[in-house]
Design a protein around this ligand. Sequence first.
Ligand code: FAD
Length: 449
Amino acid sequence: MSMQVGDAVSRLSHGELLAIARTKLLEVLQHHAVAAGVRLEFGQRRGVGDVDADLIIAADGVGSVTRTELADQFRPQITTGKGLYLWCGTDFALPSAIFTPVTTEHGTFVAHAYPYAPDRSTFLIETDETTWRNAGFDVTTENVGPLDSDTQSLKYLQDAFAATLGGHPLIGNRTRWLKFRTVTCERWHAGNVVLLGDAAHTAHYSIGSGTKLAMEDAIALDRGVREASSLEEALTAYETARRPGVEYLQSIAARSELWWESFPGRIDMPVDQLMVAYMTRAGKVSLERFAQSAPDVARRGLADYGDVRPDEVPDSEVGEWVLRRPLRRNGFTAPTRVADGSLRSDAGTAVVEVHVDSAWGAAADELIDGIPTASMVWLTGPPQRDAVLTRLDVGERLRQAGHIVVVEAPDACQSDLSAGLVSLRTDLVHIVDGAVIGGALDDVHAATV
Ligand SMILES: Cc1cc2nc3c(=O)[nH]c(=O)nc-3n(C[C@H](O)[C@H](O)[C@H](O)COP(=O)(O)OP(=O)(O)OC[C@H]3O[C@@H](n4cnc5c(N)ncnc54)[C@H](O)[C@@H]3O)c2cc1C
C-alpha cells in the first residue's frame, strides 16, 4: 500500500493485499445458498408485508425500506458526511493499493485506489464540497440520470489522475457523486424482522469493513438461531453478540471519515510522516505497533518529525524518543515535547476545555473561533481516551491556524500523545497522573486498518 503526494512516495511493503470483486463474492455466496436449498429470486423488490415467514432477514442495504417502514421500532439515526465521493473503476491492476491526492485549479481530489482482479482496479475519489462546486460537479450531478454515469466528472478525473492511471480510462457503473451516510439503529430486531449489514449499520468506506461487518452479522445470526430456544432469544443473542464489535468499528470509521474529509490540510507533510499520521489517524494502530510492522517507513517518518537523519532514530521505545525531541516552531523553542506546567499560567496561553464530540463539527468551529489569537493554546478536558483523541484532532486544526498547541492527557494515553506529536496534531503534551477511561488500544482489532 502506498501514499503518493506529487513525486514523493511512501510504500508499505509488508503483507499481501487481498481483494475480491463484488460480482465474484456474490457468485460464491449464491452458489452456497443454492447448494443449501435456498430459492433465489432476482429483480423483485419485497417489503415486510409481502413476505410470510417465521423470520424475515432484512439485508436491504443502506437505503433499507424495511428500516424506514419500522423506524418507530428500530429508531435509526442517519448522518451524512460533509465530503463527496465518486466510485468507479479502471481496466488494469494497479501494482498495489494507493492513496494519492491531486490538486487542480478547482481544489484537491484524493484517490483511494486498489486492484481487485488481474485486469481491474477500484478508484474511489473524494473531494470537499467547495472544490466539487468550483469544478461544476453540482451541475453535472443534477443532470445525470439515475441509471447513467456522470461522464463529465469521469473525464475530468481521468485527466487529473492521468499519472496514476497511466493512460487507462476511468469506467463508471451508475457512477455519480454521493455523500456517505452513517447509519446506526437503537434496535436491530422487531418481532420476526431482523436487520443485517448496511441496513442496520454502516462504517465509512475508508476502513474497508462494511462487507466484513455484514458477513460477521450473518454468522452471528446463524449461530443465534441454531442455539436459542425461541426466536426472541435468538435475535437478542445476535444483537448482543454483534453490537460491541460493530460500534467499535463505527467509532474508528467516524474518525477515519473526518481525517479524510480534512486531508488537504496535511498535503505539505513529508510523505512518510503523512503515512504515520494516516496509520494512527483513528487511534486503532499505535505508533509503536506501526514502527514494528513497517520499521523503514516509520523510521523515515520519525526522522522527518525529529529533524534528524533516519539512522539517528532508535529501533525501540520510539514513543519515549518522540517525547524527548526538542521543539522549534514559529520562534518558540522547548527542550522536549513535554510541556512544563508553568506554561499553563503564562499570560500568552489560552487554556481551553474541550468538550466537543468531534473536532470538525459546528461545535468545534465555535470553540476554535472563540480562541483568542494567542501564540499558545493549552487543551484540557475529560480523561476518557475518546476525548483525548478528539483534543488531539482539535489541536491539529489549531496548529494549522498557526497556534503552538499543548494537549493535556492522562499518562495512560502516552502512546496516543506520541502518535499525535509525530502526526502534527500537537506541538507539546502535558501528562497528568490518572487512569484513562474507556477504549484502551486494542491490538486484537489493530490488524485491520
Ligand atoms: C464507496 C464504497 C466503497 C466500499 N468499499 C468497501 C470495501 O472495500 N470493503 C468492504 O468490506 N466494504 C466496502 N464498502 C461497504 C460495503 O459496500 C457494504 O457495507 C456492503 O455492501 C453491505 O452489504 P449489505 O448486503 O448489507 O448491503 P448491500 O450490498 O447494499 O446489498 C443490499 C441488497 O438488497 C437489495 N435490496 C434493497 N431493497 C430491496 C427490496 N425491497 N427487495 C429486494 N431486494 C432489495 C439491493 O438491491 C442490494 O442488492 C464500501 C462502501 C462504499 C459506499
